[in-house]
Design a protein around this ligand. Structure first.
Ligand code: 8YV
Length: 380
């Protein structure tokens, strides 16, 4: 800062000259150079009418019904095509959408593979996924075609970790079996040896995938007295390990064979497909429980169903399945499982904040900036 205020004298003279010019051309309405200069700055920070027109013409196609507040805002901002019936789009409908849209907003239920992307029109510049996982999208092909992909991480961490913790508690403590007994009018009174489950406190929890959600699960589990162990591509920073008193296992095989409960919290990528294969599931102790709130494809579901059926594992809590919405019929017959319909992030708060993230990603992209939640192949 100089004594003359924010601008040195020679700049003041230059500003006066510029302002006089703008006044002559009726671009500003004042001849007080300081006020005029503020108008110029305001003008520079206002999107040009041309850009606004471009944005309002931008075709955004949303594949599923989103929370009302999100749809309303999207309709205000863009030329938005919504899915009022919420019926998942067929392959033909997806091909039609990528052929007409500037921005596609898909969800986990839309397979945006290379076949669909090969039919994308020249206009398609952004695939703004409503969801953290992007395993339904062929990200490498999209990027190779010059299409940016974004997702919605962070905002669903706590809710997904809560559902994971609910399953970690529900399966060993036989919550669902108890509910069923009461609903079927089967409660005939307390008994010292009836409905005995297994204690949670003091047991070893092995977390497969120690990202945001894995860490949030660890924080909750630690409060319940569980010992935290984890397998991850790399060790998490020491302060986090110390806070969680977590033990890192480089070898997934070794961790699996020593844990009482396993929680799957890694993304589904080509590298994690059937990470818990039949061979690896057999490494688990017969008294151990398995919880999955990540993606069904990470576990060989048929092998898991077989093992649970034969009593080679104590139980499982599953929120996700390999061939959603189809669930292996064997799993549905078992009493030692709790099965949920993919509801890890199913709270009004998560879904609304996911929508807000989608909007921010689209807006930033349109304004010519890198959207905050760009997905790059190195992340997968
Ligand atoms: C989402 C999820 O609701 O975000 C994710 O990856 O698994 C879910 O909780 C779903 O993917 C929406 O697309």
């Amino acid at each position: 800062m100089t004594d003359e205020g924010e601008y040195p004298l020679n700049s003041t003279l230059k500003m006066q000259a510029i302002c006089a010019k703008l006044l002559r051309h009726k671009l500003i309405k004042t001849d007080c150079w300081f006020d005029a200069w503020r108008s110029v700055l305001a003008l520079l920070h206002t999107p040009m009418p041309q850009t606004k027109a471009l944005q309002s013409k931008l075709k955004v196609i949303v594949t599923r019904k989103l929370p009302e507040a999100v749809e309303t805002r999207m309709a205000e901002l863009f030329d938005t095509e919504l899915n009022v019936t919420d019926t998942p789009m067929t392959y033909e409908q997806l091909v039609d959408a990528v052929g007409r849209a500037d921005v596609l907003v898909p969800t986990v239920t839309d397979k945006i593979d290379s076949k669909v992307l090969s039919r994308a029109g020249e206009r398609l510049r952004l695939v703004a996924q409503f969801g953290a996982g992007v395993d339904n999208i062929d990200v490498a092909t999209a990027i190779a075609r010059g299409i940016t992909v974004t997702n919605t991480p962070g905002v669903l961490t706590d809710d997904t970790a809560d559902i994971t913790m609910a399953l970690i508690l529900a399966v060993p403590r036989r919550l669902l079996e108890g509910v069923r007994v009461v609903s079927a009018d089967g409660f005939e009174g307390w008994s010292p040896t009836w409905m005995l489950g297994r204690r949670i406190a003091g047991k070893r929890l092995g977390i497969v995938g120690m990202g945001r959600i894995g860490q949030a699960v660890a924080r909750r589990a630690k409060a319940f007295g569980l010992q935290i162990h984890y397998h991850n591509r790399r060790k998490v920073p020491s302060p986090i390990e110390q806070e969680l008193e977590a033990t890192y296992w480089e070898s997934l095989d070794q961790m699996l064979s020593r844990m009482d409960i396993i929680s799957v919290n890694c993304p589904h990528t080509p590298a994690t497909y059937h990470l818990l294969s039949a061979r690896r599931l057999q490494l688990m102790k017969p008294s151990a429980y398995l919880v999955n709130t990540a993606r069904g494809e990470v576990i060989d579901e048929a092998a898991l169903a077989r093992m649970l059926d034969k009593g080679l594992l104590a139980g499982a809590g599953l929120d996700v399945f390999e061939h959603e919405p189809t669930i292996n019929p064997k799993l549905k017959k078992l009493t030692n499982v709790v099965l949920l319909p993919h509801m890890g992030s199913a709270t009004m708060e998560s879904r609304t904040e996911m929508g807000e993230k989608v909007i921010i990603n689209i807006k930033t992209f349109l304004d010519g900036h890198k959207p905050p939640d760009r997905v790059i192949p190195a992340m997968l």
